[in-house]
Design a protein around this ligand. Sequence first.
Ligand SMILES: *Cc1c(COP(=O)(O)O)cnc(C)c1O
Length: 379
Amino acid sequence: MKRYLLAPGPTQVSPEVLLAMAQPILHHRAPEFQTLFKRVTEDIKWLYQTQNDVLILASTGTGGMDGSVSNFFSPGDHALVVNGGKFGERWTKICKAYGVIVEEIMVEWGHVVNPNQITAALQKDPSIKGVFVQASETSTGVAHPIREIGEIVKAYPGCLMVVDAVSALGVFDIQTDGWGIDIMVAGSQKALALPPGLSFVSISPKAWAQGEKAKNAKFYFNFKKEKDALATNQTAFTAPVSLIVGLDQSLKMMKEEGLANIFARSAKLALATREAMKAIGLKPYPKECPSDSVTAIEAPEGYDGEKIYKDLRVKYGITAAGGQDQLKGKVFRIANMGYIDTFDIIIAVAAVEMVLKGMGHPLKLGTGVGVAQEILLKK
Ligand SMILES: *Cc1c(COP(=O)(O)O)cnc(C)c1O
């Protein structure tokens, strides 16, 4: 059976990147590697739209999130977390693991945070040293208003804006410097279309200054040490050299496409997926601000979302994703990010129609596909 990967991470990897990574192993202290590392460090800044330092770490996205807490916050510090899904909840868990006292804004799943709640929380507790949020909450498929939150946090010199953009960087516009984002985390296996194993963290001068005072224990994820290594185009420990070679290729392809085109492509694919699902009577799960990274779709009344996800995989070889926690069985999710284009969406939509038909859902085959084609045809 032919396999198709349409999950919101890991995502598909292009043949160009796979081939690049198949090259013989470079030594991480060799001059060839330093030249390569210098280039990827510059290119990743381009993707981040930043002049800030961007660290490249051998870890999954969660490792980058972990270091973003331990390097800048001390036990007893106060932090504000936007918790509207599985990944928002992860910020809380990491903060608590490091003794940071968390005030949570609980956002109903499928909704986004209202920036006024951030303002109110910061006014109520001016000792808050960090605001933590997801640019794209992958579990519910919504995109929080990062720009607006950045504007609010900017006014507080003692408070950092910390963004988990693991499923957002390289999908839609996030202006690290323009919007005042102090720390932003990304990962390799989402829109960067690489295997899992790299995380990225951008760090503003304001964040470095706060980091000087942070008293949490750290060893492997010691960002100051990574920054020092970056000065000679190296990593503190052995770099995941093959992934870095893949990253170089992936960023080269992204630069060729251009940021505006990447954002437009993702937006069009996401729109086509949503509208196709509506055309066959299914509802996108987000109640507002759907993210262009991933489309979360509600299973129709009386149908098991987990079975839809399983049938896609077992009958048609398509790996999408089911729902997590309270959404288990209620939704399934299709990625719209990374190395993905028109016909990936056509495949996904056609397969969802066939799976639902197989489950006895009354729909006319091709209805969603037709709607998706109309949207994908437009320039
Ligand atoms: C995938 C993802 C992560 C990171 O998960 P890892 O499994 O550690 O790579 C973090 N945040 C969001 C929003 C994600 O989608």
